[in-house]
Design a protein around this ligand. Structure first.
Ligand code: AKG
Length: 222
C-alpha cells in the first residue's frame, strides 16, 4: 500500500514560515480504486439511493439546510436534524432501515485498518458543484478511537485537514475519484472539511458532482 502519510510539508509561500505537520494516523491512498472498481461502487450507491434516497439534512437548532445531500449504508445512519446529531436505524424520510454495507467497502475497511469490528455506518455524501462541508471533527461515535475511512468518487474536491483545535494550521489536498483517506490515531480527532468541488474533473458521474463514502464505527454497545 503506498500513500501520503504522516510527515510535514513546507509552505511554498515565502511570507509564511509555518510548516504543516500531518497528524499521525492520516493516510491518503491515491487511486486506491481502479476505474472499473469505481464504476462498481457507483452502481452500488445508485441501487442504495433507490431505497434510501438522498435527502438534504438540516443543522441542529437553526434548521439551516446543508449543501451536501446524504444517505447511508449499514445498520446505522448518521443523522442531523433540528434536534441535534445522532445515529439512527432508519432513514429519516422513508423511515425504512438503511441498505447494508457492500462487501467491497467491508473489504476496504479490512485492508486499510486493523480495527477488529466493521463500521456500522457508511455515510453517503453527494456534493453538487456548489456544495461544501465546513470544518468539523467527527465526535458522535462512542468508538472514538476507531479510524474513519473515506472514499471519493466523481469530481475532485479540495479537502482541508487541520489539527485538534479549530484554529490550528490547516493543509489543503485535492482528492480525486478512487482516492481513499484514512483518519486514524491522532488524525481521528482533527478538524477536516471540504472547501470546494472542481466541476468537470471526472467523467465517472455523468451529471457531475462528487460522492464521498465515509465509514465509521459507532460503538453503540461500548
Ligand atoms: O467528503 C469528504 O471528503 C469528507 C466527509 C466528511 O468529513 C464527513 O462526512 O464527515
Amino acid at each position: 500500500m503506498t500513500g501520503i502519510g504522516t510527515g510535514s510539508i513546507h509552505s511554498h509561500n515565502p511570507f509564511m514560515r509555518s510548516e504543516f505537520q500531518f497528524p499521525s494516523g492520516f493516510l491518503l491512498l491515491p487511486e486506491y480504486f481502479s476505474r472499473q472498481a469505481q464504476e462498481n461502487l457507483l452502481h452500488l450507491v445508485r441501487k442504495a439511493v433507490q431505497s434510501a434516497p438522498l435527502y438534504r439534512p438540516v443543522m441542529p437548532r437553526t434548521g439551516k439546510p446543508l449543501s451536501v445531500r446524504m444517505s447511508n449504508f449499514g445498520p446505522l445512519g448518521w443523522i442531523t436534524s433540528k434536534e441535534g446529531y445522532r445515529y439512527g436505524l432508519h432513514h429519516p424520510v422513508t423511515n425504512k432501515p438503511w441498505p447494508p454495507l457492500p462487501a467491497c467497502l467491508a473489504a476496504l475497511w479490512q485492508d486499510v485498518t486493523n480495527w477488529p469490528d466493521l463500521p456500522e455506518a457508511c455515510l453517503i455524501n453527494y456534493y453538487d458543484e456548489k456544495a461544501r462541508l465546513g470544518l468539523h471533527v467527527d465526535a458522535d461515535e462512542n468508538a472514538a478511537k476507531a479510524p474513519i475511512v473515506s472514499v471519493s468518487l466523481g469530481d475532485q474536491a479540495l479537502f482541508r485537514l487541520g489539527g485538534p483545535r479549530r484554529n490550528d494550521p490547516t493543509r489543503s489536498l485535492r482528492l480525486s475519484s478512487g482516492d481513499v483517506v484514512v483518519l486514524g490515531g491522532a488524525a481521528r480527532h482533527c478538524y477536516h472539511g471540504v472547501d470546494r468541488i472542481y466541476p468537470n474533473t471526472s467523467t465517472l458521474l455523468p451529471k457531475g458532482g462528487r460522492i464521498n463514502l465515509t465509514m465509521r464505527v459507532v460503538g453503540r454497545n461500548t
